[in-house]
Design a binder for this molecule. Structure first.
Ligand SMILES: [Zn+2]
Length: 382
């Protein structure tokens, strides 16, 4: 998710991470910033946003109440001294690490230092990780490298041990709900619904609150899961292809005004470089969002089967007293009918297939192949 920055001191964009923020602000105030930080914690709780905010603070020359040009460029991913590395496809490749090393070896262009953010750092493949280790061992003076990951166990221990870890806490469904109500002015019903459907993943809920049209992919997943029993395989494959087409059309928001500002304000060579960076940032953002749309679809399917297991095991649509409640409350009737056809055992089997499909996509297996395989697998044993 792109960061919305309103001031040079925009820490209010981070919700429910008081401890992590206090640690980071303490570092800034004391001027004791380690050369490598590792942000760990569950998906969608604000690690990446915090990494960008911290980068903005490290590069900011002014600290004005309105966001200064430097901070705005960090927010848009076009600051010349901030290097954002994120997976190309499913992995961070050795070429990306080499580019980073080269960039970091140059003098800062505007700020007093260079900052690198490595998002989804655990997705470095082996050769990339080994190359990165060298960068981490001898960073140019003043450099700060921030690694972000929800899967710290996937990092080389030699990498993790060279970073100062900052832990981010999981947020509960209740906290997400409260934020949507209080900070975004949603009605109680809408906040409850969004917090529930996002599985309490704050970043998801926030994105869907800002761009409701993107929540359609999760809904398509629930619909597909509900349709498995009464649809022919060919119809299921067709449905999935439609979803893939739709996902491929997702666009990150374009900010023409930002682009214009660079054109006007800077000399031609700098403007061209900025334009290139801006284009690259947009391309990455598009790829991220399209990929996420497919994962949302799979998550939607999975939530339906998890609900079936819940009903099948607990025997009531409300779930066991004190246990996990149903996620897809709007589908209660379909779920109750479906549980008679698809028992908890079959639902569990389909959940495993979904898990394998997600792993395959994470490992960069062709999306069309994975989706076809998944539908065959889910339809197969009926
Ligand atoms: Zn600033």
């Amino acid at each position: 998710m792109r960061m919305e920055l309103v001031s040079c001191d925009g820490w209010e964009a981070v919700f429910g991470q008081g401890r992590a923020v206090a640690i980071l602000r303490g570092m800034l105030e004391r001027g004791e910033v380690p050369h490598a930080l590792l942000f760990t914690g569950p998906r969608g709780v604000g690690k990446r946003t915090t990494a960008l905010l911290f980068s903005a603070a490290l590069l900011c020359p002014s600290g004005t109440p309105d966001a200064c040009p430097s901070c705005l460029r960090v927010a848009r991913g076009t600051h010349p001294d901030l290097h954002l590395v994120e997976p190309e496809g499913a992995q961070i490749l050795i070429e990306q690490v080499r580019d980073l090393e080269r960039e970091l070896s140059l003098k800062p262009q505007e700020a007093r230092r260079k900052v690198a953010v490595i998002d989804e750092a655990a997705s470095m493949n082996e050769s990339a990780a080994n190359a990165f280790l060298k960068t981490l061992e001898e960073p140019p003076p003043g450099t700060c490298i921030i690694l972000v990951t929800a899967a710290a166990e996937g990092l080389l221990p030699t990498i993790a041990s060279r970073c100062q870890e900052v832990r981010f806490s999981p947020l509960g469904r209740r906290e997400v709900e409260e934020y949507l109500r209080r900070e975004m002015g949603m009605s109680s019903e809408e906040a409850e619904r969004l917090a529930r459907l996002s599985g309490g993943i704050f970043g998801r809920a926030l994105l869907w609150a800002r761009r409701p049209e993107l929540s359609v992919f999760r809904e398509r997943g629930v619909e597909a899961a509900a349709a498995v029993g009464r649809s022919a395989l060919s119809a299921l494959l067709e449905r999935v292809r439609e979803v893939q087409k739709e996902a491929a059309r997702v666009e990150a928001p374009v900010r023409e005004e930002a682009r214009e500002a660079y054109r006007k304000a800077l000399d031609r060579r700098v403007a061209e470089r900025m334009e290139k960076r801006w284009q690259e940032a947009l391309k990455r953002e598009n790829a991220r969002m399209r990929r996420q749309a497919i994962f949302d679809f799979l998550d939607g399917m999975a939530s339906f089967y998890r609900d079936i297991m819940l009903i099948g095991v607990a025997g009531v649509a409300e779930g066991a007293p004190g246990g996990a409640p149903l996620v897809n409350l709007e589908w209660r009737e379909d779920l109750e009918n479906e549980v008679l056809l698809t028992g908890p055992g079959e639902a569990a089997r389909r959940l495993r297939a979904l898990g394998r499909a997600k792993k395959a996509l994470e490992a960069n297996v062709d999306q069309g192949l994975v989706m076809d395989w998944l539908m065959l697998e889910i339809k197969g044993a009926r």
